[in-house]
Design a protein. Structure first.
Length: 260
């Protein structure tokens, strides 16, 4: 089982909202060359429609540059979840960039370990059963409980308020990935919806070990995204708590949309 997936899905609930931001729709202007006598003007490409716009932050204090945002973000997280929890779970370097990259990659097959915003779970990955028929040991589920309990206790309204406050930095980090112009909050909601589709698997989960690392024996499970596989890996009860927080987060994010 690839250790790169530790805590990744849960990061959406903790970070996707706790590191929030001031949101406004950034409509970039496009230069259109004047029409030539022999040719009609070419219209500028349209910005993609924003599905889930957020209201502008009411805070007047200016945001730091993205490159200098680590310490302010760490201070903000300490106010939200406590200094001890930040030290226990968060990797504070390039925090906003790593959150954005991780969230964006949760629907992909893998997430780079070096870009994760949260520290790995303590303890070792546990397997039970025979050598020929290994299964996921429920003891692994205990490794995720401290973070899952923190997620469950989070004030979602405060998380979204923080997310809204810092949103321009999240948007900047997202655009720096080289995507076509797209609203990061739309991507966040899209990823949440994807994680909520993770099946609830009860009973023993068979593993295989084709090389050094374990993987899910069922190809249908193994072919799922990194985010869905880590939700499966943390066990049904833990995954249910994370999903509940994701639903709550999604609901608050959608409710934040400005009235037209």
């Amino acid at each position: 089982m690839n250790e790169n997936f530790k805590y990744i899905a849960a990061a959406v609930a903790v970070v996707g909202a706790s590191i929030g931001t001031v949101i406004y729709i950034s409509m970039r202007s496009h230069h259109v060359a004047p029409p030539q006598k022999s040719a009609a003007a070419v219209p500028a490409p349209k910005e993609p429609a924003v599905k889930h716009p957020l209201p502008a932050s009411q805070t007047q204090e200016p945001l730091p540059p993205l490159v200098d945002s680590d310490q302010p973000m760490q201070n903000t997280l300490e106010e939200l979840i406590g200094k001890e929890s930040v030290e226990q779970f968060v990797i504070p370097k390039d925090l906003i960039r790593h959150i954005v990259v991780t969230i964006d990659n949760l629907t992909a097959e893998k997430v780079a370990e070096r870009l994760r915003p949260l520290k790995p779970a303590t303890g070792k990955f546990a397997v039970r059963g025979s050598e020929d028929a290994p299964v996921l040991d429920p003891a692994n589920f205990e490794r995720y409980k401290p973070l899952v309990q923190l997620i469950q206790s989070l004030d979602t309204q405060r998380l979204v308020a923080t997310y809204t406050r810092y949103y321009p930095l999240f948007q900047e980090a997202y655009e720096s990935l080289g995507h076509p112009p797209q609203y990061f909050n739309d991507r966040l909601v899209e990823v949440i919806d994807h994680l909520l589709l993770t099946p609830d698997l009860r009973g023993p989960i068979a593993l295989a070990q084709p090389s050094v690392q374990y993987e899910y024996a069922d190809p249908k499970i193994e072919s799922r995204s990194a985010g869905q596989k880590v939700l499966i890996r943390m066990g049904s009860d833990n995954a249910a708590v994370v999903k509940d927080k994701l639903r709550e987060l999604r609901s608050v994010l959608i409710a934040q949309q400005p009235v037209k």
